[in-house]
Design a protein around this ligand. Structure first.
Ligand code: OXD
Ligand code: MN
Length: 601
């Protein structure tokens, strides 16, 4: 029986129980026995399906409602007293209106159900980096996922007795009705309310809601950074490990990059990758004047389709056990399949909607019916990953040598370029743009600005967020160098110019060489670009002239891009730091100058 002396916590649980009226309250202690009992219960009730335990030990399948398969950004709100504090990029509601609206939906929503109390720590328990949350939920699926993604249970309650505050997270599936779905963040109250959804990104409240939206607000207040970034260590041939953090909008290959296996051509040099995290990085300036980072999570919530032993062999290994699959195809032998995995499609199966499926099925409009949803997922422990870092538990995190920003762009941005300095790097981060993918509701393929890949995740005014980045740079003696990468540039026929995946290590190698002042670069209008000969291409076949094309800068196209940037920036009005307009003007004049020189020649 779990208990706590924390009166604030006990009172809050009672108050929320009065609102939601569950039949029972069950405290999650983090033990294997309790988890196993919940797995059994959820299986009996049909909430999860136990998979083939010989082939996939400890693995289960879950299906969400068909209109509940991705984060619903249009139903996600930042609720601050002043609208300006949420900024122009967030949906806003006043706290009063939001609580009132949600309270009606939460009222009695847990009748006939159990309310689970999940005390969790984002980051190693007791570390200076870490934050504690408590999630109340009526979903066993949420409990089982949180047990993978966060540190849960007694140990957190004991820590909470030494600490003051925690993030109050309330979730109910309620009727899983999209018309009564709300994902509400109250940064001023350190509170999250999520109702009407069962999709991970909306309901695993430690993840996007706490670790990014609420944490970014706390980070601004307390002087650190909460970012949508992977963290990886690259062990160099001399045995030294350099850590980088990288921000990419959803589904740009962040997870694949975080755990890549060095390609054949580079293996001979002795590189090795250490995975610290694939999604979120909390970073602090330490007394050595450098930036240090921890991954607050303990698991991956990865996208299944397209994951295979070419794109991500380490992940294929990771998800063989203790994994919860969501919305993938169920095969007759009780294992799972998704589009773009290694094996060819089974002759038959049950699709993500629970219907009989076979390859080649078409809907009434003639479109293929997929076996798994394009945003189907797996939740899996990071320690299953063969490349997981031995520093995951360190309270101090890892020192960051380089920060990468990236987007999915068919044209314009070169394979890699480097910022002139921190301020220029913040401008590069603030102007990241990417083509939309299936991880978000909306039109796939549409280009949108996604500063620092935080557009959907910044819990306050992004103008203030940019200021915070600039200020953080000023506090560092050894700021990480900042780079921008684009793995997705295509030729005129739409073919990718760069092989990507494991081969991206060739670009990381150049980045490390730049961090260690080992290699020169070309000074261009947009930043430092590699000399083609400095990217090691041993063992890959690029088409004739591909590398030059990948590194090409088209000043005219960039000048057109500036118009889009201007419009994007204008929405922040006086909240946009003047330094970013300075960078904008400098870039414009460098581009015009370069264009003049080019046309003269
Ligand atoms: C995610 C996302 O689920 O960024 O990680 O959408
Ligand atoms: Mn993400």
């Amino acid at each position: 029986m779990v208990s706590t002396h924390n009166k604030k916590l006990r009172d809050w649980v009672k108050k929320m129980a009065r609102l939601c009226q569950p039949d029972n309250i069950c405290w999650i202690d983090g033990s294997d026995s309790q988890r196993q009992a919940l797995e059994k219960e959820a299986s009996v009730l049909g909430e999860i399906i136990e998979l083939n335990q010989q082939k996939l030990p400890g693995c289960f399948l879950h299906r969400t409602a068909i209109d509940d398969v991705a984060r619903t950004e249009h139903l996600t709100f930042i609720c601050t007293k002043k609208k300006r504090d949420a900024g122009p990029t967030n949906n806003w509601m006043s706290p009063l209106a939001a609580y009132k609206k949600a309270r009606v939906i939460f009222k009695g929503a847990m009748q006939g159900r159990t309310m689970y109390v999940i005390p969790f720590s984002m980051g190693p328990v007791g570390s200076e980096f870490s934050k504690i949350g408590v999630e109340l939920t009526d979903s066993r699926y949420v409990v089982l996922n949180m047990l993978i993604m966060t540190r849960v249970g007694e140990v957190v309650l004991r820590q909470l007795e030494k600490e003051d505050g925690f993030t109050k997270c309330l979730h109910s599936k309620a009727g899983l009705d999209i018309n009564k779905r709300l994902i509400l963040h109250f940064p001023e109250d350190n509170t999250i309310w999520s109702v009407g959804s069962g999709y991970g990104g909306n309901v695993l409240l430690g993840k996007k809601c706490l670790s990014l939206r609420i944490a970014s607000y706390l980070a601004k207040k307390e002087g650190w950074l909460a970012e949508h970034m992977l963290i990886m260590g690259i062990e160099e041939p001399n045995g030294r490990i350099e850590y980088i953090a990288a921000a990419f909008p959803s589904a740009c290959g962040k997870t694949n990059l975080a755990m890549l296996i060095p390609p054949e051509g580079l293996k001979i040099k002795g590189y090795r990758i250490w995975t610290v995290g694939d999604d979120i990085s909390w970073m602090r300036v330490d007394s050595d004047g450098s930036l240090w980072a921890v991954n607050p999570e303990t698991g991956f919530f990865g996208v299944a389709p397209g994951t295979n032993s070419k794109t991500n062999p380490n992940m294929m290994e990771t998800i063989k056990k203790n994994t919860i699959y969501t919305n993938v195809l169920l095969k007759p032998d009780n294992t799972v399949w998704w589009e773009g995995t290694d094996e060819k499609a089974p002759d038959q199966g049950i699709d993500w909607q629970g219907r009989p499926w076979k390859p080649g099925l078409k809907d009434s409009c003639g479109n293929p019916i997929l076996g798994s949803h394009p945003n189907s997922r797996f939740t899996t422990p990071i320690t299953n990953c063969p490349s997981h870092s031995f520093r995951l538990k360190q309270h101090h995190g890892v020192p960051i040598s380089a920060i990468l920003f990236g987007g999915r762009r068919q044209h314009l941005t070169p394979l890699i370029y480097e910022a002139f300095n921190w301020q220029h790097g913040v401008f590069i981060g603030a102007t990241v743009a990417s083509e939309r993918t299936a991880a978000q509701v909306g039109n796939v393929g549409e280009v949108r600005y996604d500063p620092m890949a935080m557009f959907p995740f910044c819990g306050y005014n992004m103008g203030e967020y940019f200021k915070h980045w600039l200020e953080t740079g000023r506090r560092m003696l050894n700021p990480p160098k900042i780079f921008h990468v684009n793995w997705f540039r295509t030729d005129e026929k739409g073919n990718f110019l760069w092989p990507g995946f494991t081969e991206n290590l060739r670009v990381l190698e150049w980045i490390l060489d730049r961090c260690n002042n080992k290699v020169q670069a070309i000074n261009t209008a947009i930043g430092y670009v590699p000399r083609p000969q400095d990217i090691d291409t041993a063992g890959i076949k690029l088409t004739e002239g591909a590398l030059e094309k990948l590194l090409e800068i088209n000043e005219e196209a960039w000048l057109k891009e500036l118009a889009g940037i201007k419009n994007f920036f204008k929405q922040f009005k006086s909240d946009l730091p003047k330094e970013l307009w300075q960078e904008y003007d400098s870039l414009a004049s460098r581009l015009k100058q370069a264009l003049k020189v080019r046309t003269k020649n």
